[in-house]
Design a protein around this ligand. Structure first.
Ligand code: SF4
Length: 795
């Protein structure tokens, strides 16, 4: 996740005791002591009355309830986990614990700034008033709208499962633009695949607590996969002996011995990017030995079928039996054929087996056909049946329903330019958009708005992003911080940070129930900032009739109150308290409604509690013609594909097509995320920087992980300086010998190497996004980041 969701440190959970036993509050207290002594811009709170106020942490979308200590009701000095959310039960991650550091950080933007010189010139920013800032932006948008060129406006949102994203969606729609994107995340891939196989746009959800055996293809659950908070608690449950279930066994398949792999019962190392082939090899054994769910034959495309033109199509069963024998899969993955057979039998022997998958810490979506392979394996296990372990996360959103869908005159830029995939504008294909923009295809982008995201730093294939940015007419960064994207903007609109603002969470992807949380401000903003939601509403009021009609609210707080009323009017679900247990929420166990009306619900949510409701049965989400899941992507069949090559329709393994030759770049670079380094909108706080290992950062030097055998071949030793070179770029680093990195691989952590912010962050470590390659998936056009060809040269 994600949400730049690679932003968490080892999550500490476990009820109230979690807070007390967690090292984090103590570490934080200790750290604040050091920090207040040494940091030039340290806060010096005046003495006064100290009291705690509840709210919700919205820094990553995991919806942790927190309590904020205030002095004299106005000065925030401390954030701790609260037990009001059963998701975190008093736990807190380092990013959440750093909320106060971000609040007082010196790199906050304190008033609107206009670039007066060349874009990117740090000396060119001039402070202007909000009237001037909104006046200029509103006038540009109004002109485009009136000229019928609203489609030439694009927006990139850092948030996704929030009302703010939906507000942007309404605004762009009313303006006439379909160029709305969110920062890439794993759920982008889930949405595309679930739409193709179920007719419902995900995201997928998992009943992890019921699994007795988990076969995990690269889901870094200890490093932020799914939702950080529930995963911390889930691990406790997996390792505990549960009566009638025992302990959950976990097998982790990946190319790198990550934190999640090391906490699993077994790690199966495979060649990078080949996990999906292993999944299909296991499917082969399950089918061959007739160990599949009996009802799977009713699923569309499992058996051979006759299409509308009378042609016989090969079904998944025959295709997998023919193409993915353990011997062949062994050749692709490097895993022994006997191990593939053994794994399949282990899965089949589990009373409740579950397959999960992720992007091996990359944080973005996977290849469409690979994701299909993991879903197919779950289908073979019967996990998408009503009582199964897989379902979908419902998203609470009244805004679209109230306004209706907009019909847009112009296609999205990547669709118009021909860089989009076969699913067209249904997918969040920001990379395809950037490619079109960089190449000058389609139509111009006159205004590019970035809302609380830092694409110039955090998106892989940084050169493409920079190139695209340089082609946009007028660039606007709505941000709380002077980050890399703000430095490159024409206009900076400063936003409040958590604790100063209203926000909500409309879903936590991966959770098998509906959830809504509200984050109310606990202090007034410290600076002359505006909530981006309020900016959108002001712009909507200025631009034209359509935008005014679509966004009738006076202030963003009213939008959130409308969401709460929408939930209350349905009269379902309940509000969490410190006794609520989310981990066994089943469709047939409806919680008793415990709020009276919208006002009561609002009051409870403002304190940091969560509204929740179990999902309806999984079959209610399945919108295929037969009402059954399918093994093939009908969207591709409709595009006339699959007659010659049946695998184009079905889950299959795609070999990597990385740039550069193996001769010139004999190594493969893996850029991975970890829970304790933030690589998204929020940078690492001083607290987080101090917790880095000395093999991740030493002074200003970043490290590249190299297997000892590979290092020996290359004549490299621990600490040696090297240049890492890929077809995308080069960077200096020091060598760290690590058996966790497979031979032939090199590995670098994401989230370091900033050039903005302050002395705690700037120029520290390796900027890996300059080195990594992104491949556009041919179906979804989602940018997939896997491995990049590389070489190491002694510096
Ligand atoms: S996991 Fe996310 S929501 Fe929870 S405390 Fe950390 S940043 Fe906040």
């Amino acid at each position: 996740m994600k949400v730049g969701r690679r932003a968490f440190i080892g999550f500490v959970a476990g009820g109230i005791a979690g807070t007390l036993l967690s090292p984090i509050p103590w570490k934080l207290a200790d750290d604040i002591a050091i920090w207040t002594q040494n940091w030039s811009w340290r806060p010096s709170p005046k003495r006064g009355h100290r009291a705690g106020v509840g709210t919700l942490c919205t820094m990553c979308g995991s919806a942790c309830s927190v309590e904020v200590d205030l002095v004299d009701r106005q000065r925030a000095i401390y954030v701790r986990g609260s037990s009001l959310s059963p998701l975190n039960k008093g736990g807190l991650c380092a990013l959440g614990a750093s909320a106060v550091q971000f609040l007082y950080s010196p790199y906050r933007v304190r008033q609107p700034l206009r670039q007066t010189k060349k874009r990117g010139d740090r000396t060119g920013f001039k402070a202007i008033s909000w009237k001037e800032a909104i006046g200029e932006l509103g006038a540009r948008l109004k002109k485009l709208y009136e000229e019928g060129k609203g489609h030439q406006v694009a927006c990139l949102s850092g948030q996704r499962y929030t009302s703010l994203y939906e507000l942007w969606s309404l605004f762009c729609g009313a303006l006439g633009s379909s160029n709305l994107f969110a920062m890439p995340r794993e759920t982008d891939g889930h949405s595309a695949v679930s739409q193709a196989l179920f007719g419902h746009e995900g995201p997928f959800a998992f009943r992890l607590y019921r699994a007795t055996g988990i076969l995990n293809f690269g889901a870094e659950w200890a490093d932020g996969w799914s939702s950080c908070a529930p995963m911390g608690r889930m691990y406790e449950e997996w390792v505990r002996e549960v009566p009638g279930k025992g302990r959950t066994e976990i097998v982790h398949v990946s190319s790198r011995l990550s934190m999640s792999a090391s906490k699993s019962n077994e790690w199966i190392p495979v060649k990078p990017g080949t996990e999906a082939a292993l999944a299909l090899g296991i499917a082969h054994v399950l089918i061959r030995e007739n160990r599949v769910f009996r009802g799977v034959e009713e699923y569309e495309g499992y058996l051979n079928w006759i299409d509308s033109s009378g042609e016989t199509r090969q079904g998944f069963r025959d295709y997998v039996l023919k193409e993915y024998s353990p011997d062949r899969v062994s050749g692709i993955t490097g895993a022994p054929a006997a191990k593939i057979e053994e794994l399949a039998r282990w899965v089949a022997s589990q009373p409740s087996p579950l397959v999960v998958w992720g992007s091996e810490g990359f944080g973005g979506p996977g290849f469409f056909h690979h994701e299909m392979a993991y879903v197919a394996l779950n289908m073979l296990l019967g996990n998408f049946e009503d009582k199964g372990l897989c379902t979908f996360t419902p998203v609470t959103n009244s805004l679209k329903a109230a306004q209706g869908e907009e019909s847009l005159a112009e296609e999205r830029l990547d669709v118009a330019a021909g860089t989009s995939g076969l699913v067209g504008a249904r997918s969040n294909s920001i990379y395809a958009f950037f490619e079109a923009l960089a190449q000058g295809k389609g139509y111009p982008v006159d205004v590019l708005l970035v809302c609380e995201a830092n694409p110039i730093y955090s998106m892989a294939d940084a050169a493409l992003v920079r190139d695209a940015w340089s082609k946009a007419g007028f660039t606007v960064a709505m941000t709380g911080f002077m980050d890399e994207t703000a430095l490159e903007a024409d206009l900076i609109l400063p936003t409040p940070v958590m604790l100063e603002r209203w926000d909500d969470v409309t879903a936590v992807p991966g959770l098998p129930f509906a959830l809504y949380g509200l984050s109310a401000p606990v202090i007034n903003p410290l600076y002359d900032v505006k909530h981006p939601g309020d900016v959108v509403l002001q712009l909507a009021a200025m631009v034209g009739d359509e935008t005014r009609r679509a966004l009738p609210w006076k202030k963003y707080e009213d939008v959130l109150k409308a969401q709460v009323k929408f939930i209350a009017d349905q009269g379902i679900g309940a509000v969490s308290d410190d006794k609520t247990d989310f981990s066994h929420l089943e469709p047939d166990k409806t919680p008793k409604k415990n709020y009276r009306n919208a006002a009561d619900l609002l009051k409870k949510l403002k304190k940091g509690s969560l509204w929740y409701a179990p999902v309806a049965s999984t079959s209610q989400f399945v919108k295929t013609e037969t009402g059954k899941p399918r093994f093939f992507a009908s969207v591709l069949e409709n595009a006339g594909m699959g007659l010659e090559k049946p695998e184009l329709l079905m889950p299959h393994f795609l070999a990597l097509q990385s740039s550069g030759s193996e001769q010139e770049y004999p190594l493969l670079l893996v850029a991975y995320g970890v829970s304790y380094i933030s690589s998204g909108y929020f940078p690492n706080s001083p607290l987080m920087m101090k917790n880095l290992w000395d093999f991740e950062l030493k002074g200003n030097d970043g490290f590249i992980g190299v297997n000892p055998a590979t290092a020996k071949e290359l004549g490299l030793a621990e600490g040696m300086s090297v240049v890492v070179e890929t077809p995308q770029g080069k960077a200096r680093a020091r060598v760290h010998l690590s058996p966790a990195v497979s031979p032939g691989l090199i590995a670098a952590v994401k989230g370091l190497g900033h050039w903005a912010y302050d002395e705690y962050l700037a120029d520290k470590g390796l900027r890996v996004t300059e080195l990594t390659e992104v491949q556009l998936d041919p179906v979804t056009a989602l940018g997939v980041e896997r491995v990049t060809r590389a070489k190491l040269v002694r510096a």
